[in-house]
Write a protein that binds this ligand. Structure first.
Ligand SMILES: [Zn+2]
Length: 338
């Protein structure tokens, strides 16, 4: 009798376990298991096709770029010229671009380490490049790394676009702080990013955040996120502060590379059409790491002054984030159509 009860209980427990497992599999896991299998099947098929030389999948277009990274000692005399307080790189220094593949030739330009340039070719210990300013010249081979980066066309719709939003600061890096010390830039940038993400997703865009909670993310990792996600646009979000409180007001759109000017203008004009509480400072260029070291179109938006009381009233308000989001949506729609 005792034995039978135990056996019955065991059978019942087993039945419940199987039922639970089946429920979990059907309810939650089945889709994922099936999707994962389908994906690995596709990957296998693509590989097979590749081997047979009959791949039908559209290959990602790439172009050769040169990441300028100062390693040669003879260029280390140049000084840092960072002026902003946000995302600057204290170790930034210049790399000389020579007219010929010879360090004794004339220097046509000095470019920042961390910047990207167009790759033209190799030349005996030198790399032939075209700089952001449009100058052709030669850098020492050890000062540049040739890399394949995706070459995505802007001639797509917002619905097909991949956007990486970068909420500035986070974790032990609070960013700028309001005068009453109640508001941190890191919280406002994250709150803003979440609203923009939703608005862009409603338009069909694929959106990634460089951080989705209050954690510290290095500038390099933020830049890398855009590379990893093969992004079309990267937008870094910040709030300004000025040495003297209640002095400055308004929002500013920053870009680094000349080819990003149209994007910056489109987004900035989008913002002016939707933001009514703050004034537009305009479009500017600045040497911020997250827009200098990105081999894809990127912007940095300063969306108001956290230590100016009238700005603070707006930028701590969900309504303002909605306005910023509509402005960015309008700007990107214009950019992708243009
Ligand atoms: Zn900032």
């Amino acid at each position: 009798m005792k034995k039978n009860t135990r056996l019955l209980r065991l059978k019942f427990n087993l039945f419940v376990t199987i039922l639970c497992a089946a429920t979990i599999l059907l309810g939650y896991g089945f889709d994922r298991v099936f999707t994962a299998n389908a994906e690995s099947l596709l990957v296998t098929q693509a590989k097979t096709n590749d081997e047979e030389g009959t791949a039908e999948a559209e290959p990602v277009a790439t172009k050769e770029m040169v990441k300028l990274q100062l390693t040669a000692t003879e260029d280390s005399t140049a000084a840092s010229s960072d002026s902003g307080v946000d995302n600057t790189d204290d170790t930034a220094s210049y790399i000389s671009v020579y007219t010929e593949a010879d360090t004794a030739s004339v220097i046509v330009e000095q470019v920042f380490t961390g910047e990207w340039a167009e790759y033209i070719g190799q030349a005996d210990g030198f790399i032939h490049i075209k700089t952001n300013a449009g100058n052709e010249g030669y850098i020492l081979a050890e000062n540049g790394a040739v890399q394949s980066v995706s070459d995505k066309s802007s001639n797509i719709s917002l619905a097909d676009a991949v956007i990486v939003l970068d909420p500035g600061h986070g974790g032990n890096d609070a960013g700028a702080v309001s005068t009453n010390e109640q508001f941190y830039e890191k919280d406002l940038t994250l709150a803003t990013a979440e609203v923009i993400k939703t608005a862009l997703e409603e338009k069909g865009a694929t959106v990634y955040l460089t951080r989705s909670d209050d954690t510290f993310v290095s500038l390099d990792d933020r830049v890398q996120k855009g590379i990893d996600e093969n992004t079309d646009i990267f937008i870094s979000l910040h709030y300004d502060s000025f040495d003297t409180a209640n002095t400055m007001s308004g929002y500013t759109s920053y870009y680094y590379y000349e080819y990003e000017e149209a994007l910056a203008k489109d987004v900035n004009s989008g913002l002016t059409s939707s933001i009514n509480a703050l004034s537009n400072i305009g479009v500017r260029t600045e040497n911020f790491e997250v827009i200098r070291e990105t081999p894809y179109p990127s912007l940095l938006l300063e969306l108001g002054y956290i230590n100016t009381y009238s700005d603070l009233l707006s930028i701590t308000n969900e309504e303002y984030y909605d306005q910023v989001a509509s402005g960015i949506v309008a700007g990107l729609e214009k950019y992708f159509q243009g």
